[in-house]
Ligand binder design. Structure first.
Ligand code: TPP
Length: 570
């Protein structure tokens, strides 16, 4: 006979969980007490806030491809998880979140630290459980892992009343998950659907593949790249699709959407066929829906049927695992070349390069210069994590990512504060890559207490803090759409060098471009967490930009600066 609390750890061990991120409290004390027995088999990371336990589990999941696990107590502990869980839900990240709850006899009585976390989490999770019978605990945990990682991945909540944690029973871990009514994640495309896909691709003159997060989640990089090569189709990537095809691959045209490449958005608008792979036509990638890619036929392949015909009506919508669908479709696709189309896209690219900040000759330190030099110093091989804001878009634009699952960023929810805890989580994924968290001075101050976690764990992460003294992305919108009224966007912060010293990590400050690469190399060579504060130009803008309500190709481009190379070689 073992306790419910022990069952939790026994189940996690059987699910091959090696690391858990969490925070103890009254209602999960039995679980934490039982952990003492399992310490040699599971590592627990004490984050400094439950939100960050969820972000760290999310970063771990994205970097490892496994299910991330986080824990919190009832009431405020559980509600603190919410932002992290919602972040994971929007980006289809598999998590199992275990919360303590008040005892069953107190449920519904507004007991101390009671919240209806089950009710609160239902819209924010893929599935949620409250386990009121200890004999169902092990099977519920088994099902939770199965649901989290299969189909379209997502977070699953398991809320466990304290008395259930204390009860005892025989432990038996089920061999397989329960039959879950209505849950059938393994769907294959029909022959008819595949024929329709092939017919459209074989007839297209100006096709574009749109590669989303589903490419990474289904491990379809090879199949997608093969399709692009075989039928000579340019590939545009979404923010979370970055790395779905190597950035250096000749068929990869780059990042699409609000801050995507001018040439990428033009290609999408002018295409005669879009092949949308594991993406969801988010408003940040479509611009104004009514004017989106007006002359194209559209194929959409996604594991989640609710995504098909949700934002964009398509000609062929296929529910299925992308890797399986592409594998089945490939033999039906004819080899082709689209030279004129490729040439046209290159022409758009050339036009826009003159306005690229990287071609600006300047002694000033811009965030984009930092990211470009970080890319060079790390040879493009770092595992990149970002926070949310201008620097995030700059990383998407200028850290040319050749590897899958190597850019971790909050895409759907856009959660400031994500970067630092997610990088800590990623450091437990066992990948031998340098980890760089690029964060803004606003975002880092939302979860800055995790510097202590990084130090306690001696996490091998490097933080590139892009300090522009503003909530930069919001300031950018105020400059463009609110007549330069910088309402509540100037933001101060601590002396970061003193702060790193106080927390006990290695700190650097860089104010000139010439020092960027050497600082990056020095930080990387240091064993343990580091932070470099890059003091950058405060009024920098991220260009190009599609304003809300504009068509995708109505992009505001960077004005040419006088200091720009006039006779630049492109
Ligand atoms: C939790 C949260 N609150 C508010 C926002 C709105 N928001 C988006 S970007 C941004 C500014 C971010 O500033 P900073 O972290 O300094 O990065 P920068 O844009 O300057 O690179 C804000 C406030 C958000 N995305 N998330």
């Amino acid at each position: 006979m073992i306790t419910g609390a022990e069952i939790v750890w026994e189940c996690l061990i059987r699910e091959d969980v090696e690391v858990v991120f969490g925070y103890p409290g009254g209602a999960n004390l039995p679980i934490y007490d039982a952990l003492v027995k399992y310490k040699d088999r599971i590592h627990h990371v004490l984050t400094r806030h439950e939100q960050n336990a969820a972000h760290a589990a999310d970063g771990f999941a994205r970097a490892s491809g496994k299910v991330g696990v986080c824990m919190a107590t009832s009431g405020p502990g559980a509600t603190n998880l919410i932002t992290g869980v919602a972040t994971a839900m929007m980006d289809s990240i598999p998590l199992v979140c275990i919360t303590g709850q008040v005892g069953r006899e107190s449920l519904g009585s507004d007991a101390f630290q009671e919240t209806d976390i089950l009710g609160a989490m239902i819209p924010l999770t893929k599935h949620s459980y409250q386990v009121n019978d200890i004999n169902k605990l092990a099977a519920t945990i088994k099902d939770a892992f199965y649901i989290a990682r299969t189909g379209r991945p997502g977070p699953v909540l398991i809320d466990i009343p304290k008395d259930v944690q204390n009860e005892t029973t025989e432990f038996l871990y089920p061999e397989t998950h329960d039959v879950l009514p209505g849950y059938n994640p393994v769907i294959r495309a029909s022959e008819n659907e595949l024929e329709e896909v092939a017919k459209l691709i074989n007839a297209a003159k100006n096709p574009v593949i749109l590669a989303g997060h589903g490419v990474l989640l289904s491990g379809a990089t090879y199949e997608l790249t093969t399709l692009a090569e075989k039928a000579d189709i340019p590939v545009a990537v979404t923010l979370l699709g970055i790395g779905g095809i190597p950035a250096s691959h000749p068929k990869c045209i780059g990042f699409m959407g609000m801050h995507g490449g001018y040439w990428v958005n033009h290609a999408i608008q002018e295409a005669d066929l879009l092949i949308a792979c594991g993406m969801r036509f988010d408003d940040r990638v479509t611009g104004k829906l009514e004017t989106y890619s007006p002359n194209s036929k559209k194929i959409h392949i996604d594991i989640d049927p609710t995504e098909l015909n949700k934002n964009i009506i398509v000609d062929v919508g296929i529910r299925g695992d992308l890797k399986a669908v592409l594998t089945a479709a490939l033999p039906k696709i004819k080899e082709a070349t689209h030279d004129a189309w490729t040439h046209q896209i290159k022409g758009w690219m050339k036009q826009s390069k003159t306005k690229d900040i990287l071609n600006r000759k300047s002694d000033k330190l811009y965030g984009a210069f930092v990211v470009r030099d970080l890319w060079e110093a790390t040879k493009g091989e770092a595992l990149m994590v970002t926070d949310v804001g201008q620097h995030q878009m700059t990383v998407a634009q200028y850290y040319y990512q050749d590897h899958a699952n190597s850019l971790l960023t909050s895409g759907g929810l856009g959660t400031m504060g994500y970067g630092l805890p997610a990088a800590i989580g990623a450091s437990f994924a066992g990948r031998k890559k340098n980890i760089w968290a690029v964060v803004g001075d606003g975002g880092i101050q939302m979860t800055i207490q995790e510097l202590a976690t990084a130090v306690q764990e001696n996490a091998n992460i490097n933080i590139a803090l892009i300090n522009n003294g503003y909530l930069g992305m919001v300031r950018q919108w105020q400059e463009m759409f609110y007549d330069n009224r910088y309402s509540e966007t100037p933001i101060s912060g601590p002396d970061y060098l003193k702060l790193t010293e106080a927390y006990g990590l290695k700190g650097y400050r860089v104010t000139e471009r010439k020092d960027v690469i050497s600082a990056v190399l020095e930080a990387q060579a240091h064993d343990g967490p580091t932070l470099i504060e890059f003091v950058v130009e405060p009024m920098e803008m991220v260009y190009p930009m599609v304003a809300t309500g504009s068509a995708l190709n109505e992009m505001v481009q960077r004005p040419l600066a006088e200091e720009q190379f006039a006779d630049m070689e492109i």
